[in-house]
Design a protein around this ligand. Structure first.
Ligand code: HH2
Length: 271
């Protein structure tokens, strides 16, 4: 079956998260078994996911990098199975050009790079495969990013980085670019809130905007909820605000519940 193409409309799309990692911050280890992973992806599509985002390496604060071989092994055979069973675009969430290349060969039709195309080889891979690319902002690396993140002006600094990386991508021939301010990637609670409140600033750069707020620690801190799996109501509040502020793609773990929030908030936002 040919990979599904991403089509953006004026309704926000929902991206369902499929982490095939042992250590993701909220669902590590749950979907390592390929059969369980495929079933979860199918359920997310049935619940309303417009895109499935597959990640083989956790980027939670403090996480250690995994090797190319380890990540490839988890992700590529899963892609070959997913492509025959899932009728929505599948995105590969990776920082490694080798993994991106192999996943795009195996049927992924979108690239989600949390380092925002810092690696020149990633730009080459994305351009060669002619796929939509998510350029996300991260301060430093997952290992160190939460060690006292500081900016002159977080909204302007992030917007400037995204603009610069989008220009590089465009110059390399990448035509479908999506920008993401990278909630939780080297940001304090206050900085995350400012980024969500100012989505309009990122929209003004002229590209669709994606937001990943699902179960993140700023929600835990605001609501005093330690357990990431117990942050659904806070997530729904944040997802709703993202949609009202103009986000085009929302990345979530809890697809069924967030889909309903996106439908209601999207209907209000479009009036
Ligand atoms: N957040 C995570 C991973 N990838 N990609 C984009 N574009 N935006 C995000 O906000 C984003 C992302 C982290 O969430 P999760 O995948 O659930 O956790 P982990 O990195 O621990 O696997």
């Amino acid at each position: 079956m040919a990979p599904q193409k991403l089509v953006l409309t004026n309704h926000p799309l929902l991206m369902g998260i499929l982490n095939v990692t042992p250590d993701s911050f909220s669902d590590g280890g749950k979907f390592i078994d390929a059969e369980i992973a495929v079933r979860h992806a199918q359920q997310m599509v049935a619940d309303g996911a417009d895109i499935i985002d597959v990640g083989g390496e956790s980027t939670r604060p403090g996480s250690d990098p995994v090797s190319v071989d380890e990540e490839l092994c988890g992700v590529c055979c899963l892609f070959r199975q997913l492509i025959t069973k899932i009728k929505v675009p599948i995105s590969i969430d990776t920082m490694k050009p080798e993994v991106a290349d192999a996943a795009l060969e195996a049927g992924a039709s979108m690239l989600n790079d949390v380092t925002g195309l810092r690696n020149e080889r990633m730009i080459e891979v994305a351009a060669r495969h002619h796929v939509p690319v998510v350029i996300m902002h991260m301060l430093g690396t997952p290992k160190t990013m939460q060690a006292n993140p500081s900016y002159d002006d977080v909204v302007m600094d992030v917007a400037q980085y995204l603009r610069m990386q989008a220009e590089k991508a465009k110059a390399a021939g990448i035509t479908q670019i999506i920008l993401d301010p990278g909630i939780g990637f080297g940001k304090t609670v206050e900085q995350n809130l400012l980024l969500i409140k100012n989505i309009a600033t990122f929209k003004k750069l002229g590209y669709p905007v994606m937001m990943g707020v699902s179960r993140k620690s700023f929600i835990g801190k605001l609501t005093s909820v330690e357990d990431a799996g117990d942050r659904l109501s806070g997530t729904i509040a944040a997802v709703t605000v993202c949609v009202l502020n103009g986000a085009d793609i929302i990345r979530v773990h809890d697809v069924k519940e967030c889909k309903r929030a996106v439908m209601v908030a999207g209907a209000i936002a479009s009036r």
